[in-house]
Design a protein around this ligand. Structure first.
Ligand SMILES: *Cc1c(COP(=O)(O)O)cnc(C)c1O
Length: 367
């Protein structure tokens, strides 16, 4: 039968997200066995053992629907962050909360303002909602906040600020964001995506919850996927005024966060020692890669995240392919409009050393 219906016209420009092949598949194809994936900003240490134990304890209850309000997780987050339960919404990953922000507020033709390059989900959400992404070129690989303010129009509905920025790892300070937020007019929601918040070591980093308490229109996003090592479970949370949270709750499916994820996230919050160990290993990896890039004469963007954006001086796509053959997966920068950069997620100390050895050897082959 002919198909006499079309997908919505606004979906035409969307290129579906191309997930990498599973490591096992690449290993089989290449006939190698020790691939390291430093491409998706995943936690190389894994989740806390206490989280794994809590998950196992929960398994007999899998026949029950999850708690649709994520009551205990929100209680734990409220106590830890010094906010009220009414300030919190939990999501199937922070990604879902980005989608919710668009579903809640974007009418066709509304504009969003984003940095270029930044995380791709903001533009994706805008397109799905038939809204218009306005990309403002980065300055020194970070957000150009004055230029983003200058891009505001009466149609602007949301400004997404990714801090630290993915894929570049740059950070905005409290002072920078404070002067910015004061200038944002009241018809605009500022989404502050802080997926890498817990990795930041610079004391000048934003304390965004102060903006929430001061009454600004912010929606702060955090996730259990990165430092807590729970990317496979899908759980994140958003913080905003009770009014904004109530708005966003209208688009949420009743059981959006699965029960195992809720249990795991609560247990993760209780193991601060694990978080500190992951952060320390990350900080060391960050210093090591920066030092090795400097030794090799490669320029890199100083990072506050769990990855680093480095200029490799050759076509990143070709380098990516060669590294892949040697069992090292990185993210080539062409997808972010930077064809000579790669984004590398920090691994364990041993993985970091192997990455540097392999990179150095491969770059020698390529020049
Ligand atoms: C990883 C990431 C997220 C989303 O994480 P979830 O796994 O969906 O919680 C959100 N924003 C940025 C910038 C990220 O890098």
């Amino acid at each position: 039968m002919t198909k006499e219906f079309k997908k919505r016209a606004c979906l035409e420009p969307i290129i579906p997200y191309m997930p990498g092949k599973p490591i096992e598949e690449v290993e089989r194809e290449l006939g190698i066995s020790d691939i390291i994936k430093m491409a998706s900003n995943e936690n190389p240490i894994g989740p806390s053992p206490r989280v794994m134990a809590a998950i196992i304890d929960y398994l007999p209850k899998l026949s029950l629907y999850p708690d649709g309000s994520a009551y205990y997780l929100k209680q734990a987050l409220a106590a830890r962050l010094g906010v009220a339960e009414q300030n919190i919404i939990c999501g199937n990953g922070a990604d879902e909360l980005i989608t919710f922000s668009g579903m809640t507020y974007l009418n066709p033709g509304d504009e969003i303002i984003i940095c270029n390059p930044t995380f791709s989900e903001y533009e994706f959400t805008a397109r799905v909602m038939d809204a218009v992404p306005v990309r403002v070129p980065s300055a020194n690989f970070g957000h150009d906040l004055p230029a983003m303010l200058a891009a505001v129009t009466p149609r602007t509905k949301i400004i997404y600020v990714c801090n630290p920025n993915n894929p570049t790892g740059t950070m905005l300070t409290h002072a920078e964001l404070e002067s910015f937020i004061k200038e944002v007019p009241p018809h605009i929601l500022v989404v502050m995506d802080e997926a890498y918040h817990e990795y930041v070591t610079d004391p000048a980093y934003v304390r965004s919850i102060e903006f929430l308490h001061a009454g600004y229109n912010v929606f702060i996003l955090r996730t259990f996927s990165k430092i807590y090592g729970l990317a496979g479970l899908r759980v994140g949370y958003g913080l905003a005024s009770p009014e904004i949270i109530a708005d966003i709750n209208t688009v949420r499916e009743p059981f959006n966060v699965n029960a195992v994820a809720q249990i795991a996230a609560q247990a993760a919050l209780e193991d601060n020692g694990h978080l500190l160990a992951v952060r320390e290993a990350n900080t060391q990896g960050r210093a090591y890669l920066a030092q090795e890039f400097a030794r090799m004469g490669l320029s890199y963007v100083p990072s506050q995240a769990n990855f680093i954006f480095v200029e490799v001086g050759v076509e990143a796509r070709a380098l990516f392919q060669r590294l892949l053959q040697k069992g090292v997966i990185v993210r080539p920068g062409d997808i972010f409009g930077c064809p000579q950069h790669v984004r590398v997620s920090f691994g364990t100390a041993e993985q970091n050393r192997r990455f540097i050895r392999t990179l150095e050897e491969t770059l020698r082959e390529m020049v």
